[in-house]
Design a protein around this ligand. Sequence first.
Ligand code: E4P
Length: 215
Amino acid sequence: MKFFIDTADIGEIRKAYEMGCVDGVTTNPSLLAKVGRGLEETIREICSIVDGPVSAECVSLEAPELIKEGRTLAKIHDNVVVKIPMGTEGMKAVKALTAEGIRTNVTLVFSANQALLCAKAGATYVSPFVGRLDDISQDGMELIAHIIEIYGNYDFTTQVLVASVRNPIHVLQAARMGADVATLPFSVINQLAQHPLTDIGIKKFLADWEKVPKK
Ligand code: E4P
């Protein structure tokens, strides 16, 4: 399973990249607002650090504008993947951009039927938001299982990108289900490395090392 980092924070991207666990990056307008930087300069800088897919999101609502915006974003760097919001206009944009060889990532997907449409339209990635479904008492990871099953039934090539990940259990379940990608907040990447027995073990080894003769 590939790991993308879900952030527009350059410091976080650098740190996670150094750990060798960043295959790509996803951004959205909320993440850009959080760091207070413009889209184009941020995407350019991310692409100079990470050699992998970098999702940049469109904010138009109608297909012709989405297509225009998608073309502009794709020109920023070869690694840019154009993020398109789910919907009928979005599907038109995905079909048109795909025909031009521009990669797309459909965002804000909350049902298996939406994911089916994304595959039919030729999306490169589909982003089901598991955490936001959990927030309204629906099982986000069950949606991932359904999408993987459906895509497998028909050999669709659209990659399942598990988004809105909130904790390590989401990551574990995504990996067990064989999801193609999970996009993780920096905090969750750090959580993956933690285990209380690891900390206890390090403390004990260091204490015992003090008792070992040094020459
Ligand atoms: C995915 O591409 C989105 O940027 C992201 O995963 C949304 O996560 P949130 O629900 O924590 O905002």
